[in-house]
Every structure is written in structure tokens, then in C-alpha cells.
Write a protein that binds this ligand. Structure first.
Ligand code: ATP
Length: 927
């Protein structure tokens, strides 16, 4: 049976089973990746975070103005406690005067003045700054240095008059008030420093309140009738209630205690004022009711915080009654001066009052300080210190910076007042940094937010709920009791002096303009908060987007790398495919092993050659290092007698059993006549042994093999042209000229005879157990079915390898695949009828029988392998060897071992070319 084998490959193909791993190429730009959907990605426009964040948010146009802080220095007073010690010394006007005495008196007065100047601790540097100098005693003892306080809105010297203070400090507030803006003036300072004097004054020196009232009504009278407004005044105090609490008391005539709910005063009476005189009268009456006391610091010291409210309401009769924008409140606060116990000498109830006063002053200062810190660092929340006193509760909106206010610090300039003055300046001077960034709103807005409840004379009307449309006239022309209450709930509409419209329920905020304004303010705040929150969210998203961009970039790089790797693998696959395809046509050069010339003794090898098989079995050692160690084995003398080949034209090469890609199944091979290699060694005189594989082939189970003992390879000569060793040898094909070993030898192809190797290495050949070589050697082509063997074999052949073509001159073993695979479970080898089938068990036995003594030449193995490798000569070699035996080409040193079973193949005809070739080989061997 002839098998059409593909034409031999002219060139030797060496396939690297494990190609070198190429270094991972550097990441290339995404644009270079052919399979990258970078174009699509690029089309997706990223979220315009930068654009959003770079957008300029329209900012409101706030009226940025610092808190105005004034400083007034009280002149030095002479006399007793609280007395006016500032009066000029009176010189006796004695007639006739002694000129000498008169001069001395003037000199003493001047000297006294100089001494007074030396006694002051506060000196005015300029209208905005002062210098605080500690007394000499303190400078020496405590090393206190002189301090300069600058930045005041104005510093009033001790010589400054009330009018001057008013013009520079209060008049702007009054002007704002008249324009509808609310404002507050608070006087702070130690006890006896002139707060009350500044605020209320005296009949000869009226204070800020009288001057403001005069100014207000003067302006009102001078204006036209359309701008007529109504003004109301209310005055109350917050005092200590026996040291246990705070007390609200309405200082208006015939009024009593007040109560406060949250920031709302209930029961406060507003008195409509028509002129300054009337107002001054009311104030005078209120001052009589104010709690005062005598202390060491002040003979008439205020013991309560006094608040005066002047509210201007647009005249409704002029058609402007609904114009709430022109309403405003001017509040002037006279705080009780902070006291030091040592100076005041207070005891008992007075001491409790001092504690209350000091506590209120401290809370007031804390509120302002918190506001300042909050403005400096918005992350710092605004502390709710205002809850700690009624005064700060009432003035909450001012202390939170929602309304404008001004502070007047009053200090005493005496040396003994240094500590008090220093404390005030140190505490209050930072307040100058407080800014009002919010847009100033009409003062009436906040004011009207309060729930104003008009109180009738009788209590039965207190809780009467009146809607806006059912506003009632409670007390016409007499008194107005307005309760500064819940801003959201109601509003007071006073269109006429003395007329109070009560909207207690406040349930109709939409009906009042103040409600609309309040709603606008609330909306504004809500929008501000929303904008801030949105801004923060955008920032967070920006950070997230940055992280996501980085990840995307990383993924792109990874994708490019993977795609590159994929391309490489694809190329390799194509190469492999092409190589596989080529393997059908090419013959692989197998390594040539020169068998040791001392390979004298041979185990008789009986090979039953199938009709189509040209098998020459080659059995390398199991050790994969076998071939690597055996670079060249020169088998100089091979006893042809040791090999009995029934078919001299065929070589059994077990390595070729793996070359089963031809599609021949094991069954086919089993059906065919096989070559059975008996226990004999096939000696071959080969020129070289070429190893071209990274793995070794083990042919332990070979029935016939050539066992090369590398120990005898002392004469091994590595021929560069004959031996090619690239790792681990897989197959040996001793041929006339050159034998080469391929990794995945599949088939041997010869010009005279072709051997079709059954797919012994394929899984389909698992049942093959033995290799049978039929006796029918007459057929030029015979199939050879052989198996490998022991499961311990590392390698038999590759799957894809199918055929080894052995040309006439250069039999080769073709390798076509990189992966060699051991045909596991190959058990069956077709056994000819005449010959018993060799089973696996038999194989092992035979292998044992094949075991060659140490003295015998072997294929070089590693030290770890004690078993002798078995070789199956390739068909060409066996043919040659047979020819040797036929032609009596024997070497004297080479004698077959034992009796060998010779078959009738000796009678085989020998071609003329073979004879000539054998003669040449014979001559070489003898050489
Ligand atoms: N600028 C001034 N010119 C003349 N006398 C003044 C001046 N300031 C204060 N006085 C006088 O000083 C005394 C104490 O002043 P005043 O009562 O106003 O102090 P105070 O700060 O209100 O004290 P307290 O906090 O205890 O009420 C008063 O008799 C007042 O007439």
C-alpha cells in the first residue's frame, strides 16, 4: 500500500517550541492602536468640569463696610465719686492781689495741668488712633509696654463735645434711619467712663438720643408733607433679678415687666412721638425708672442695660402707608459698664448686679468675636453666644452681622483707669475688622418680621387674633404696644401715630409687604446655600472625574498593549500554521548521531516490518537530557548482524510514531502490517546525529532500538555539519549521509521507500501497544505502526507532525509542530498473523531484554537515567545496515550479540545504487 506523501521540504525547518518571550512593547498612543475604539472615545465629550468651575458666578454687590468703632475718652474729673473733677481751678480773685502770689498761683495751676497730663494713660495720636501708656509702676513691675490702638472710626478726645460726637458718630446713623435703614449704636466701656453721659447726656449737654430726636424731627419738619413719617419710641431695660436671672422692664410710663420669647419682646410699648420735646420727656421719665446705684466708680452707676428704639413709619395718610421700605428702627443701647470688684467695692446685691453686668458685657463681646472669626474663616460656625443673655438675644440680628451697628467705646484716661481702659481697647479693637458684606436691606424688613402684637389696655385683647384685613384699632392716639415677636408670624402696620394694627396671627404673610421682603431674603439665602452646596458638589465631581480620567488612560494603555500582544500571537499562530502546512511537504532534518564505533555488541533486534513501513526505530533515553548530552555519537562500526530487519528498506524510528498527522489512525496501522522489532539492537553507521528539538523522545518500549551509549562516546566527534543539537534530542535517524532529528518527526520519507507513520502520538493511538513490523519486506512502502510506551515518557511526538520524508540520499525526519505529546495509552500494535502481537507488557519485557550492558555503546544519557535507551534505526539506516550484512560488510569488532533471528529478507534484492552506496559506506567504515 502506497502512501502519497507530500514532497519533501527542501529546507530544514526548525521550529522553536517555546519561542522567546518578547519584551512587552512600550505603550503606544491610543491612536496607534488599530483596534482601539479611540475614535469613539474621543468623540465623547468629557464633562465640562473646567468650564463650569471657571465660570464666573455673578456676585452680589455687597456694601462692604467695617463695623464702625468710635472711642471717646472721658476727661479727668476732680472731686468725689463721679464728680466733675474736670473743672478748672478757680483762683481767688482777691483785691488787691499780690503780683508775686498771683504768678505763683498761675505757675502752680500750670504745673498741676502738667501733672494731670502726666497722669493720663490714653493719649490721642490722631482721629483714628490712641496710645495707651501704662503707669510707671506697672511698666516697671509688670514690664507692660505702651500700646497703640489704631483703626477707630474716630477718636473723641476728652475735650470733645456732645455735638461733635453726634455729628461724627450718630448723625450718619440717623440719616440712614431717616432713609429707612435700621441701625444701632451701642456704648461700651467700664463703669463711670461716660456711656450714659454720651447716650443721654445732661440738660446742659444733651446726649446722642436727644440730639438724634432733635435731628429727626428737625428733618421731618423741614421736609415736604409727602415724606411725612410717624415715629415711635420705646425704651426698656434688662437688669438682674436679684442675681438669679434677668429682668425685662418697660421703662415707658405706666409699663411693667416684659417677656421675651426667643428674640421677641412681648408687651413692649411703643410711644408715638411727634416732636423731640415729647420724646425727651418720655426718655426723662424712663431714666427715672432705670435702675441705678452708687458705686465707688460712679455715684450714679447704671445697673441695667438700657435700649431705646426709635421707629419711623411712613405716613399712611399720604398714600405711603404701604411703603414699608421707608420704615426703620434706630436703636441706642446704653450698656452697664463692666466693673471690677476692687474698684467698685460692691458687695451683696450690688455684687450680683456686677456679675450680671459683667456677664452681659462678656456675652456681648463673645458674640462680636464669634462674628469676626466666622467672617475670617467661614468654615468656623457662628457660635450662638447670643443665647446666653437677653440683651444679645434681642440684638441677635445686629450681633450676627445682619444689621449695621456702631460701637462707641468710652474709656477713662486716668492712670488708675489703665486696666479698665486697656481691657476695653484690647477686647473691642478687633471688632473694627467686622465687615458687613450683605446687601443692606431696608431696616424695616427685619423689624417687621417680628411679630408685633399690640396690646390693648385690657388683657382680654392680648390674645385676640386679628387678620390683616380685620386689623383693629386698639388704642388710638395714646400708646402703641408693639411686641417684637416672631418675625415670620406677623407684622405691625401703623399708618398713623398711635394707631396700631395688630396682626397677631401672622397667618397672612402674603398680604404684607414685609412678608414678601422676608420671603425674598429667605429665597436669597436659600439660593446662596444652594449655590455653595452645588459648588462643593462640583468640586467633588471634578476630583472624581480626574480619577476616572486616569483610570481610562490606564485602561487605554492596557488595551493597546493587549492588542499588540494579540497581533504578535496572531502572527505566531500564522507562522505555526504555515509551518504545519509546510511540514507536510518538508522533511525535517534530523540529527545525525554517530554511533560509537565500539558499539560491538548488539542486542539482536528483530523487526517485523510492515509492508508499508520503513521504520527504523529509534529509542532515545527517557531522559530528556539525553540528546543534549549526546551531541554526537559516532557509531563507527555497527554490526549489521545485530540488526535483523525484515525489511531492509525501512527504518523504524519511534520518534516518528508521534508524527501521526497524516491522519492514519491507529486502527489503520493495526490493520496494516507492522514491523515488529524484536529484541535486538539496530546498529547503524551514521554520519551524524542531529538534534533539533527541545525535548527528548523516549523509546523505552521500542521493540527494536539502537541503544547508544554515550559512555562509549569517547570517540564521539561532533561534526558541525552532521550534528545539530538544540536542546533535547527527539529522534535519531541514522542514514547513509546525514541523519537529523526533528522535534516532531512525523514521517520518514525516502526515495526508495516511504514510511507512513501512524498517528501513534495522537490520542487515537492509545490502544496501540506494540510495534509490529511485517515480514513483508518486499513492498517498497510499508506502514509502520509503533507505539510508545511507558507512561513515564516525556515526549513522543507532536500532534501535528505527520510524516517524515526520507529522501534517497538524505533521509530526514520532518518536524512540523512545536508541541510533542506522548501518546498515552498506546497499546496496540498491529501484529501480523504470523507474529505474535506485542503488547505493552511484552514491550516492557522486551525492553528489559533490550537492556544493554554498560559496556555496550549507548546513546548518551544523563546520569539520572540508568535504563538504556533504545533506538530504532530509521528505515534507511536499517536498509543500509541490512545491506551491510548482505554484503558482508562487517567490522571485526562488531559482533552481534547472541543469536539473532534472521528473516528471509536477506534474499531481498538490492538495487545497484544501494550496492554502490553501501560500498562507499563500507569503505568509510573501514577507514
Ligand atoms: N465727656 C464727659 N464730660 C464731662 N463729664 C462726663 C463725661 N463723661 C462722663 N462724665 C461724667 O462722669 C460721670 C459718670 O459718667 P456716666 O455715668 O455716664 O458713666 P457710665 O459709663 O454711664 O457709668 P455706668 O456704667 O456706671 O453707668 C457722670 O457724672 C458724668 O457727668
Amino acid at each position: 500500500m502506497e502512501i502519497n506523501s507530500p514532497p519533501p521540504c527542501p529546507n530544514t525547518v526548525t521550529i522553536r517550541r517555546n519561542p522567546h518571550r518578547k519584551a512587552r512593547p512600550p505603550p503606544t498612543p491610543a491612536t496607534e492602536a488599530p483596534e482601539m475604539p479611540s475614535a469613539d472615545v474621543a468623540k465623547v465629550r468629557s464633562f465640562p468640569t473646567e468650564e463650569i468651575l471657571s465660570m464666573d458666578i455673578a456676585k452680589a454687590d455687597p456694601v462692604s463696610e467695617n463695623l464702625r468703632v468710635f472711642l471717646r475718652i472721658r476727661p479727668l474729673l476732680h472731686g468725689g465719686v463721679g464728680g466733675d473733677r474736670n473743672s478748672k481751678p478757680r483762683f481767688k480773685n482777691v483785691w488787691p492781689q499780690n503780683p508775686a502770689k498771683r504768678k505763683s498761683a498761675i505757675g502752680r495751676a500750670l504745673q498741676s495741668k502738667k501733672n494731670k497730663d502726666a497722669e493720663v494713660c490714653v493719649r490721642v495720636n490722631n482721629p483714628q488712633s490712641v496710645t495707651l501708656s501704662p503707669p510707671l509702676a506697672l511698666q516697671e513691675s509688670n514690664r507692660i509696654k505702651t500700646e497703640v490702638y489704631d483703626g477707630f472710626s474716630h477718636v473723641f478726645s476728652p475735650d470733645s463735645s456732645q455735638e461733635e460726637v453726634y455729628e461724627k458718630m450718630v448723625r450718619p446713623l440717623v440719616d440712614d434711619f431717616l432713609s429707612g435703614k435700621s441701625g444701632m449704636l451701642a456704648a461700651l466701656g467700664p463703669s463711670g467712663s461716660g456711656k450714659t453721659h454720651t447716650v443721654f447726656g445732661c440738660p446742659r449737654q444733651p446726649g446722642m438720643v436727644p440730639l438724634a430726636l432733635q435731628h429727626i424731627f428737625k428733618q421731618t419738619r423741614g421736609s415736604n408733607s409727602e415724606s411725612m413719617r410717624s415715629f415711635f419710641i420705646s425704651i426698656f431695660e434688662i437688669s438682674s433679678e436679684r442675681g438669679k436671672g434677668e429682668r425685662l422692664f418697660d421703662l415707658s410710663p405706666n409699663r411693667g415687666d416684659l417677656c421675651m420669647q426667643q428674640s421677641t419682646l412681648k408687651g413692649l410699648q411703643e410711644i408715638a412721638i411727634s416732636d423731640a420735646r415729647q420724646a425727651e420727656s418720655i426718655i426723662a421719665q424712663a431714666m427715672l425708672k432705670r435702675a441705678t446705684g452708687m458705686t465707688n466708680a460712679n455715684s450714679q452707676s447704671s445697673r441695667s442695660q438700657c435700649i431705646i428704639n426709635i421707629r419711623g413709619v411712613a405716613d399712611k395718610s399720604n398714600g405711603e402707608g404701604n411703603d414699608q421700605a421707608n420704615d426703620g428702627v434706630l436703636s441706642i443701647v446704653d450698656l452697664a459698664g463692666a466693673e471690677r470688684e476692687k474698684r467698685t467695692g460692691n458687695q451683696g446685691a450690688r455684687l450680683l448686679e456686677s456679675n450680671f453686668i459683667n456677664n452681659t458685657s462678656m456675652v456681648f463681646g463673645l458674640c462680636l468675636r464669634s462674628l469676626l472669626e466666622h467672617q475670617k474663616n467661614p468654615k468656623k460656625p457662628l457660635q450662638k453666644h447670643f443665647q446666653n443673655s437677653l440683651l444679645t438675644k434681642y440684638l441677635r440680628e445686629y450681633l450676627e452681622g445682619k444689621k449695621r451697628m456702631a460701637l462707641i467705646l468710652t474709656v477713662k484716661s486716668g492712670e488708675e483707669d489703665y486696666r479698665d481702659t486697656s481691657y476695653v481697647l484690647r477686647q473691642a479693637s478687633p471688632y473694627m475688622e467686622i465687615k458687613y458684606n450683605t446687601v443692606e436691606e431696608p431696616s424695616n424688613i427685619s423689624y417687621n418680621k417680628r411679630h408685633v402684637q399690640a396690646l390693648s389696655r385690657s388683657e382680654r385683647h392680648k390674645r385676640m387674633k386679628v387678620t390683616g384685613s380685620d386689623a383693629c384699632l386698639i388704642d388710638k392716639g395714646k400708646s402703641i404696644e408693639a411686641e417684637n415677636g416672631l418675625c415670620e408670624e406677623g407684622s405691625l402696620k401703623s399708618s398713623e401715630p398711635g394707631i396700631c394694627k395688630v396682626d397677631m396671627s401672622g397667618c397672612a404673610p402674603s398680604k404684607s409687604g414685609c412678608a414678601d421682603s422676608g420671603e425674598g431674603e429667605r429665597n436669597h439665602q436659600i439660593m446662596q446655600s444652594f449655590a455653595k452646596a452645588l459648588w462643593n458638589v462640583l468640586k467633588q465631581y471634578k476630583e472624581k472625574l480626574k480619577v476616572a480620567d486616569n483610570e481610562i488612560q490606564h485602561l487605554r494603555e492596557s488595551l493597546v498593549m493587549e492588542s499588540t500582544k494579540y497581533i504578535e500571537l496572531k502572527k505566531e499562530l500564522n507562522d505555526i500554521k504555515s509551518s504545519c502546512a509546510c511540514s507536510h511537504r518538508k522533511s525535517v532534518e534530523v540529527s545525525v548521531v554517530e554511533l560509537d564505533k565500539n558499539f560491538h555488541e548488539r542486542v539482536p533486534l528483530q523487526i517485523n516490518v510492515d509492508e508499508t513501513a520503513y521504520l527504523r526505530e529509534y529509542t532515545p533515553t527517557k531522559d530528556q537530557n539525553f540528546i543534549s548530552q549526546v551531541k554526537s555519537l559516532d557509531v563507527r562500526e555497527v554490526s549489521a548482524s545485530c540488526l535483523e530487519l525484515e525489511n531492509p528498506n525501512e527504518l523504524d524510528h519511534q520518534a516518528c510514531e508521534s508524527l501521526s498527522g497524516s491522519g492514519n489512525s491507529a486502527e489503520d496501522l493495526c490493520e496494516s502490517k507492522c514491523v515488529r522489532l524484536e529484541d535486538s539492537y539496530l546498529s547503524a553507521n551514521v554520519a551524524g546525529f542531529m538534534v533539533n528539538s527541545s525535548r527528548s523522545l523516549h523509546r523505552k518500549d521500542s521493540c527494536s532500538s539502537v541503544e547508544l551509549d554515550h559512555m562509549l562516546s569517547g570517540e564521539d566527534e561532533e561534526s558541525p555539519e552532521d550534528v545539530v543539537l538544540t536542546g533535547q534530542c527527539n529522534a535519531v535517524d541514522p542514514l547513509d549521509g546525514e541523519c537529523r532529528l526533528g522535534t516532531c518527526c512525523q514521517a520518514l520519507q525516502s526515495g526508495e521507500s516511504e514510511r507512513r507513520v501512524s498517528p501513534g502520538s495522537s490520542p487515537s493511538q492509545r490502544d496501540c501497544r506494540a510495534l509490529d513490523v511485517e515480514d513483508e519486506i518486499e513492498k517498497p512502502r510499508e506502514s509502520l505502526d509503533f507505539t510508545t510506551t511507558s507512561p513515564q515518557e516525556d515526549l513522543v511526538s507532536s500532534k501535528g507532525c505527520e510524516m517524515i520524508g526520507i529522501p534517497d540520499s538524505e533521509p530526514r525526519v520532518t518536524t512540523s509542530a512545536t508541541t510533542a505529546e506522548k501518546p498515552k495509552g498506546c497499546e496496540l500494535i498491529d501484529i501480523p498473523d504470523s507474529e505474535p502481537r506485542v503488547t505493552k507488557a511484552e514491550e516492557s519485557k522486551e525492553c528489559e531484554l533490550i537492556d544493554i550492558p554498560d559496556s555496550e555503546p549507548r546513546v548518551t544519557t544523563t546520569a539520572t537515567k540508568t535504563e538504556k535507551p533504545k533506538r530504532r534505526l530509521l528505515p534507511a539506516s536499517s536498509l543500509l545496515l541490512r545491506h551491510f550484512s548482505t554484503l558482508d560488510i562487517e567490522d571485526d569488532d562488531e559482533k552481534p550479540k547472541g543469536g539473532k533471528k534472521k528473516s528471509g529478507v536477506e534474499e531481498r534484492k538490492i538495487t545497484q545504487g544501494s550496492i554502490s552506496l553501501l560500498r562507499l559506506l563500507k569503505s568509510d567504515l573501514r577507514i
